[in-house]
Design a protein around this ligand. Structure first.
Ligand code: UP5
Ligand code: MG
Length: 236
């Protein structure tokens, strides 16, 4: 049974989580024996008794490094990475029925209605064979979280929160230069506003539930990943 070791408590909601744990084993194999502790909402949800996923929500402000660190977690631990933002952007490029609405919402730094995002997440989970998921950039709001619990039904086993000063996040986002419609100073201000007012309550919710790992999101990608590794290596 995988469980959080007691010595990990210093990482919970700690603003500067410097890992003191020495990683002993990592790589996809360590997850093979994983028996999950997913708690399910009674009566709802998409998972059966036979399919118990290990779900990690990855939260943090715009440019806090969610996507970058998710790629590293995928390489090291074999998770399937579902970025809510990427799923939504794909709808825009596919010109789907909600594409125009999604584009308009993202360009304004606002939040897409829960049912649209959850439908995409649900489809991606259902079509994946993996049972270890990183859900990146979702839930964004308390309303997102409650709708997810009702529809998907599986609580996250852990929630990572990349804590990063706003000036660092803004600098990273404005230097990205990948043509994202929301990577401009006006939209970034709106994204930060949405993060503060809507996403922080979600983060607090998971902190109160004791499943939040607050990770210092400053420094190099490698330095941050060392902090992330301390979290995953402690689950066994
Ligand atoms: N970078 C990363 N780590 C670095 C480091 N340690 N040092 C220096 N540079 C670093 O990183 C951002 C940039 O910084 C990259 O260029 C990277 O190389 C560099 P990244 O890893 O991409 O950060 P991330 O936190 O993923 O930033 P992102 O901009 O993707 O975060 P957002 O949360 O803003 O974007 P997302 O795609 O999740 O959502 C976009 C929009 O979609 C939202 O604003 C919203 O309108 C909509 N949305 C919803 O409505 N609902 C949802 O559920 C999800 C999204
Ligand atoms: Mg991202």
């Amino acid at each position: 049974m995988w469980r959080r070791v007691t010595s990990l408590s210093h990482l919970l909601s700690s603003p500067k989580s410097s890992p003191q744990l020495t990683p002993t084993s990592y790589g996809p194999k360590i997850w093979e024996t994983l028996s999950t502790e997913v708690s399910k909402k009674s009566g709802g949800g998409i998972f059966s008794k036979e399919r118990s996923p290990f779900i990690t929500f990855v939260l943090g402000g715009p440019g806090s490094g969610k996507g970058t660190q998710c790629s590293r977690i995928v390489e090291t631990y074999g998770f399937t990475h579902l970025s809510a933002g990427d799923l939504l952007r794909k709808e825009i490029t596919m010109n789907s029925e909600n594409g125009a609405m999604i584009l308009d919402t993202i360009a304004k730094g606002k939040i897409v209605p829960s049912e649209v995002t959850i439908k995409l997440i649900r489809k991606a989970i259902e079509s994946a064979e993996n049972d270890k998921f990183l859900i990146d950039g979702f839930p964004r709001t308390e309303e997102n979280r409650i709708a997810y619990e009702r529809i998907i039904g599986a609580e996250p086993n852990i929630v990572l929160f990349f804590d990063c000063p706003e000036e660092v996040m803004v600098k990273r986002v404005l230097s990205r230069n990948e043509g994202r419609v929301d990577d401009n100073i006006d939209t970034v201000k709106e994204r930060l506003k949405a993060f503060r007012s809507l996403n922080l309550p979600v983060i607090n919710h998971y902190s109160n539930k004791g499943v939040l790992y607050k990770i210092d999101g400053t420094g190099t990608e490698d330095e941050i990943f060392e902090r992330v590794r301390a979290v995953f290596d402690a689950w066994k």
